[in-house]
Ligand binder design. Structure first.
Ligand code: BG6
Length: 489
């Protein structure tokens, strides 16, 4: 990316005492300040319902910030500068009168960033009120997911925002797009002719995208049970990873060039028909098991759970892209809660060489793979075949990695959190790492048909014990095509 231009803005943080703000947004803003990436004139206005003394709310923010920022990164001088930027204002987001004060506070701000860390049900009211007090022209609106729970409800939210803000002022967050390795996918693919010439159905046999989480529901049962893993993770994060892996080279790095290519992929995703559902989609739900050797409850035994829920905590899908580049190349997607480890990776499996000349018993070894590790241990590994060393070995083949581990390669650099990157991009007015309305809609359209088919089928999710890689049927899903999930142990 080109060097960063530090521009001034005023950030109005709606939902400023909520979990997302406390856990992710203040720490990200603090780190930007520490790195010298907040302009001297940038101010942060924390907005939430809670009345009472502002000092009390600010003390709470400070306490949480100290908790979430690694102690090695805490710098009292940075905190003093940061806290001087920060103010608190209690307001009811649905009451227009409450916005007058905000409008006065930001009267001299050239750019206002309105960050909605609130439920989507209040986005429309916030937009309308910002407009009523004359702030809409200079405001960039940042929206968190979930935006709706299907195509229709996402349109309602997007349309209500569009009444007051054109698409050029709207920034829809998918925090996976802010992860360093995800952005590296663009560099890897389009700055290396080595890969791009091979990046198609002539050379690639299949692609795996895994986003495994070790955590369970972490006190979010009520929200999660309404959503499920397909809406919570596949509709956004996994499909975004799929798009960046599968898209055609954009003409340039501009937001619309990149997003145009991603939309084409989403539109080319083959719908999964009712009769294919059983063989192409597996939904699972975890039962009690072990995480790091400690017993953990099943999904239906978590705090505030309802024992009859059929919500999925695991999804595996064989997706196919109907276009020239990817015809016949399955994309296996897999994501779940309470899996053995936290792991997000993309594995590109290359086809065998067209003519095989080595010993027949070594044939199964032949398989180049490119592994793009998104988290943890961010890096890239290309598995290549070589000959074993030594006179006695003959032409014994061996598969070994050509490795680039980012933390070793860039020793001095901290891996920034996705929210740091995304906040910085909003401040710079760059929409490339944000999801356009038509992308969200195309993603919902594909997921909706899966969800509808699933609900018609009336099946229950398959169980899997916490601490395992998902239901056995997810192994069968890929084994049916003569393959296995890479690296499962
Ligand atoms: C969020 C989901 O979008 O992503 C959570 O709502 C999930 O359920 C989280 O745990 C995973 O993000 P990360 O960055 O920890 O992989």
């Amino acid at each position: 990316m080109p060097a960063v231009r530090v521009l001034p803005c005023t950030l109005a943080l709606f939902g400023a005492l909520g979990d997302l703000a406390l856990r992710k947004l203040y720490p990200a803003l603090y780190q930007l300040d520490r790195e010298g990436l907040l302009h001297d004139d940038t101010r942060i206005i924390a907005l939430a319902r809670q009345q009472g003394e502002d000092a009390k709310q600010l003390a709470h923010i400070e306490e949480r910030l100290r908790h979430y920022v690694p102690s090695a990164d805490w710098d009292q001088a940075v905190w003093e500068r940061f806290s001087a930027r920060l103010s608190y204002r209690a307001m009811d987001f649905r009451r227009e009168e409450d916005y007058q004060g905000l409008a006065e506070d930001v009267s001299d701000a050239e750019t206002l960033i309105a960050y909605f860390a609130t439920p989507a049900s209040v986005y429309s009211a916030i937009c309308e009120n910002l407009h009523s007090v004359g702030l809409s022209d200079r405001t960039r609106v940042v929206m968190e997911k979930p935006i709706g729970h299907d195509l229709e409800s996402s349109r309602v939210v997007n349309d209500s925002v569009a009444r007051f803000f054109p698409e050029s002022q709207v920034y829809r967050i998918d925090h996976y797009l802010g992860k360093e390795t995800v952005q590296n996918l663009i560099a890897l693919r389009f700055a290396n002719s080595l890969f791009e010439t091979q990046w198609n159905q002539n050379y690639i046999s299949h692609v795996e995208i895994t986003v495994a989480e070790k955590v369970g529901i972490e006190g979010r049962w009520g929200y999660f049970d309404q959503a499920g893993q397909l809406r919570d993770m596949v509709q956004n994060h996994l499909l975004q990873l799929l798009c960046l892996t599968a898209m055609d080279p954009p003409a340039d790095l501009s937001a619309d060039s990149i997003r145009d290519e991603k939309v084409k992929v989403l539109k080319a995703l083959e719908p999964i028909t009712a009769d294919q559902l059983a063989s192409r989609v597996v939904l699972g739900q975890y039962t009690s098991g072990y995480s790091d050797g400690k017993p953990v409850p099943g999904y239906l035994e978590e705090e505030n759970s309802n024992e009859t829920s059929r919500t999925e905590t695991f999804v595996a899908i064989r997706a196919d892209i109907r276009n020239w580049r990817w015809s016949g190349v399955p994309f296996y997607l897999r994501t779940g809660k309470r899996m053995p480890q936290k792991l997000s990776q993309i594995v590109i499996h290359f086809k065998e060489p067209p003519h095989y000349i080595f010993a027949p018993e070594q044939r199964s070894l032949i398989n180049n793979r490119l592994i793009i590790r998104i988290q943890p241990d961010e890096g890239i590994s290309l598995q290549v075949m070589t000959k074993d060393q030594g006179l006695s070995k003959g032409m014994q083949l061996r598969s070994g990695p050509l490795q680039l581990n980012f933390s070793e390669a860039f020793k001095s650099a901290r891996v920034p959190d996705a929210y740091e990157r995304l906040l910085l991009e909003v401040m710079q007015g760059n929409q490339s790492l944000f999801v356009r309305k038509d992308e969200i809609e195309a993603a919902w359209r594909w997921c909706d048909q899966l969800l509808e088919g699933w609900s018609k089928m009336g099946d229950t999710p398959k169980s899997y014990a916490a601490g395992t890689w998902g239901p056995l049927t997810s192994i069968a899903l890929i084994a049916r095509d003569g393959r296995s999930w890479y690296g499962d142990i």
